[in-house]
Design a protein around this ligand. Structure first.
Ligand code: ATP
Length: 289
């Protein structure tokens, strides 16, 4: 019997880059939030020991360069599984858009293979496997609303975020996360960043305070490299509180009411901008606890 998993996109309500580490990575403090927008994966066991990936987006690699393939390979190696798997991936999350599509697909493969092969839900081991695949993968494995520290991979679950409609707007080009981090200057960093106002807002379910405390250190660097992202954010910010998603270039805007979100999505679409209307999704992605 095949197993199906949904791989949800994420935004960061706060993304504070606090320092550059000696290992080249950056230290971050972030609040992750899942969105309802998702890719879908179907996993079927193969008798022969190989990983086959079929994807409806031909621009993506179908071998070890795809995080989906790599996640399956790492999990098979960790649990010494000699069967294979055929993974069908239906992409809906835009690629290289700051929404962690690849990370979420990888996390969904870990969850899906645990179910497919009736493996134990060993949270620590799985989170470690996830962290080896990418900084956002542990959050994508667990899902919901969460605090991220370290490279983003140290996850603490938070109370679910109150509901928002979310308009995503993409300027039509891709951004390389590494390039954005490389171009950060010392003055961009926020060593004294304090997440307390956002955490308090989330704990109280205070939508206004959540919308008032959105922030992302990476915006300055991304705007310098691609001024079109700033233009897009300015456009959205005229409608609702807005922020760049992760390392960009997608920008999100939060709405409490559906009609206003729909109106905004429609008017951006009329201008030829790529737009998605989605909503926050706060169910944990993984059970086992
Ligand atoms: P990140 O911030 O981790 O770079 P992102 O959301 O900005 O994430 P992704 O959609 O994950 O970007 O894509 C980043 C790169 O990863 C792309 O250039 C793509 O070729 C590669 N990639 C590998 N596997 C996948 C996958 N399953 N889905 C999307 N991209 C993938």
């Amino acid at each position: 019997m095949p197993v199906c998993e949904k791989a949800y996109a994420k935004i960061n309500l706060v993304l504070a880059v606090t320092a550059k580490r000696p290992d080249g990575y950056h230290e971050v403090q972030t609040v992750y939030q899942n969105l309802a927008l998702h890719d879908t994966l179907q996993l079927t066991t193969l008798a022969e020991d190989r990983i086959i990936l079929s994807c409806d987006d031909p621009s993506l690699p179908a071998g070890p360069d795809n995080l989906v393939w790599l996640a399956a390979e790492r999990l098979k190696r960790f649990y010494r599984i000699s069967r294979g798997v055929h993974i069908k991936l239906r992409k809906r999350i835009p690629v290289a858009a700051g929404l962690a599509g690849g990370s979420s697909d990888a996390a969904a493969v870990l969850r899906g293979l645990v179910r497919l092969w009736h493996l134990p839900w060993e949270k620590e081991a799985l989170v470690q496997l996830a962290a080896g695949l990418g900084s956002d993968v542990p959050f994508c494995l667990l899902g919901g609303t969460a605090l991220g520290a370290g490279r983003g991979e140290k996850i603490t679950a938070l109370a679910p975020c109150p509901h928002f409609y979310v308009v995503l707007a993409n300027p039509g080009f891709q951004v390389r996360t590494a390039e954005i981090y490389r171009s950060l200057t010392g003055t961009d960093l926020e060593p004294g960043c304090d997440l307390t106002p956002m955490l308090r807002a989330l704990a109280c379910g205070d939508r206004d305070a959540i919308m008032a405390n959105l922030s992302n250190t990476l915006e300055a660097a991304a705007f310098r490299l691609n001024p079109a992202i700033r233009d897009l954010k300015d456009k959205l910010a005229r409608k609702a509180p807005s922020l760049m998603c992760g390392s960009g270039p997608t920008v999100f805007a939060l709405f409490t009411g559906r009609e206003e979100a729909e109106r905004t999505a429609l008017s951006l679409r009329r201008e030829g901008i790529a737009v998605w209307l989605t909503e926050t999704f706060s169910q944990p992605a993984a059970g086992g606890e």
